[in-house]
Design a protein around this ligand. Sequence first.
Ligand SMILES: Nc1ncnc2c1ncn2[C@@H]1O[C@H](COP(=O)(O)OP(=O)(O)OP(=O)(O)O)[C@@H](O)[C@H]1O
Ligand SMILES: [Mg+2]
Length: 222
Amino acid sequence: MASLVELKSVGKAFPRGAVEVTALREVSLSITAGESVAVMGPSGSGKSTLLGILGCLDRPTRGQYLLEGREVSSLPDAQLSALRNRRIGFVFQSFHLIPQLTVAENVETPLLYGEVPEREWADRVRACLEKVGLDHRSSHRPSELSGGEAQRAAIARALVTEPQILLADEPTGNLDTATGEEVADVLWGLHREGRTVVVVTHNESLAGRAQRLVRLRDGRIE
Ligand SMILES: Nc1ncnc2c1ncn2[C@@H]1O[C@H](COP(=O)(O)OP(=O)(O)OP(=O)(O)O)[C@@H](O)[C@H]1O
Ligand SMILES: [Mg+2]
């Protein structure tokens, strides 16, 4: 099957003063549509850097990134962010919800920058909140949610643009075990519905539910 995502010998270096920190070295990885992948590895091994490149938040400094066969690492910023908005949903460890907005308004935010007609927004937001079991919390503020609810709201927000790829960076890292399981159930449920899901995690039980495990060490795939 054709790859949805293909990294070819990708490297990433960050300038730090006179020296450079190499976060990724010669990473080659191909992910097919509908696959689920867990990424594990010690702190500092490059997991978030890898996810940032897959999600077009950042660019490789070496190698190629093909998304649906198209080289994206050299696209201009505006095109790269448009691509990210259309194709990619992101979930972070610390939720990144906007405290002043309601849950529904938070879920709606990615639509402000996309191409979905405004008349469809309310239905989309409602459908995504139902999917994560949070429709009864739509007018609450993030501060009124439990950790698990906040993460489910963040997942709804990641889904609202109907992205092909869902990327999650330690989505259960701030949650207790039982709540983490709930969030894992939601994520793997989305995979069963056909989405491509890539999860960075230190949690063996979460990772064990992915079809494939990628281990990073010192910026390389083991
Ligand atoms: N913006 C940046 N500028 C400079 N160095 C960075 C930057 N982002 C990451 N690094 C460095 O790149 C390396 C990999 O970092 P990364 O955040 O990808 O690790 P990680 O595997 O996600 O770790 P953790 O499990 O602690 O989240 C580290 O040495 C880090 O210090
Ligand atoms: Mg990280």
